[in-house]
Design a protein around this ligand. Structure first.
Ligand SMILES: [Zn+2]
Length: 343
């Protein structure tokens, strides 16, 4: 079994909406840590304090300044849009995220992965100028750690970004649109959920570098397993040196009220196991997941990454109309990116 290094700091809890109630709150990390503490072969490490200006690799000066002014000029929670807040402690959380990025680079180059950055605030909805691809808000995200890692790692070797959060990683797609970095994104169908982007036709400034697999509401493990088999073939053809994963656990059945996917432990194990086949140079960034997905999904994803041989059995299944919707979207995608229609 592989050892997974987990970057965690209590400073990640200092991004805090109190006195407001918000689903993206420090308790998410309590749930996550409680659920993994019994696992073997995990190594929890506090990341160093890093340089937040690193995020200027993937965000405009204007957006970076907009956020920093709101964090630093206030002694209480500030809403940057109707969904998304910063608090005075957000700066300390961001410094630890930047430190996680910095210290992971040597480890990845030395093949000492897999790594999980168990931090917050999340980032995959944050685009170059803030909201990405016409999204109404930043969707709880501040700076895009996955995109930052991808841009840095791609200078060292061929890099894949894989995003399985239930929502489309619109910020990541926005930042990487013109770049020759493969970004595969599996998410609830773009027409049914925030941020409304991630259609099959979004194939990138360099066509085929962005791949969006749309999963209809109510899909279960069986359908996701099919989607993973497609991803598996694409990754095998791409042969990445580095893999950056935007991991969201919000597709777990009844994790939260915003998502209509119905994945069980099986799906998250399968995702981890599939990715771990390709490289030890794999780094996972924690994105969404608000309840049961953290308690039940995260630990099985880690076990999958470790190569744990006995996964759980699939539980949830999809009805014929869900399968039909999925296959229609998939055919559209296969034609656009020239995938083998037999897949
Ligand atoms: Zn999400």
């Amino acid at each position: 079994m592989k050892t997974v290094t987990i970057y965690y700091s209590d400073d990640f809890k200092k991004h805090d909406p109190t006195p407001y109630h918000h689903p993206e709150n420090p308790n998410r990390l309590v749930l996550a840590l409680n659920s993994i503490q019994h696992l073997e072969n995990i190594h929890i490490v506090e990341p160093p304090i890093g340089d937040v200006q690193k995020y200027l690799n993937v965000h405009s000066n204007a957006y970076y300044s907009f956020i920093m002014e709101r964090i630093l000029d206030s002694d209480s929670v500030v809403w940057v849009d109707p969904d998304t807040y910063v608090s005075p402690g957000t700066i300390e959380a961001l410094k630890r995220l930047a430190g996680s990025v910095e210290s992971s680079l040597d480890m990845l180059q030395d093949d000492r992965g897999p790594i999980l950055i168990l931090g917050r605030p999340p980032g995959h909805h944050a685009g170059y100028n803030g909201t990405g691809l016409g999204a109404p808000t930043l969707g709880f995200c501040i700076f895009n750690t996955s995109a930052l890692l991808a841009v840095i790692l791609h200078r060292l070797g061929k890099t894949l970004v894989f995003d399985f959060d239930a929502h489309h990683g619109n910020g990541t797609q926005d930042i990487l649109w013109e770049k020759d970095i493969l970004h595969i994104d599996i998410h609830q169908d773009a027409s049914t959920i925030y941020p409304g982007s991630g259609h099959p036709r979004d194939i990138g400034g360099k066509p085929g570098t962005k791949i969006n697999i749309n999963i209809p509401p109510r899909a279960g493990d069986d359908l996701l397993e099919h989607a993973v088999s497609i991803v598996d073939q694409i990754i095998a053809g791409y042969e990445p040196d580095y893999i950056v994963v935007s991991a969201g656990f919000d597709g777990y059945i009844n994790d939260n009220q915003f998502v209509s996917l119905r994945y069980s432990e099986y799906t998250f194990y399968l995702l981890g196991r599939t990715l771990s086949k390709y490289s030890n140079r794999i780094i996972t960034v924690f994105e969404g997941g608000y309840g049961l997905g953290l308690s039940n999904g995260l630990q099985w994803y880690i076990l999958g990454l470790q190569g744990y041989p006995q996964g759980p059995k699939p539980i949830t299944s999809s009805d014929p109309s869900t399968w039909n919707k999925y296959k229609t979207r998939l055919e559209e995608l296969k034609e656009l990116i020239g995938l083998d229609p037999g897949l």
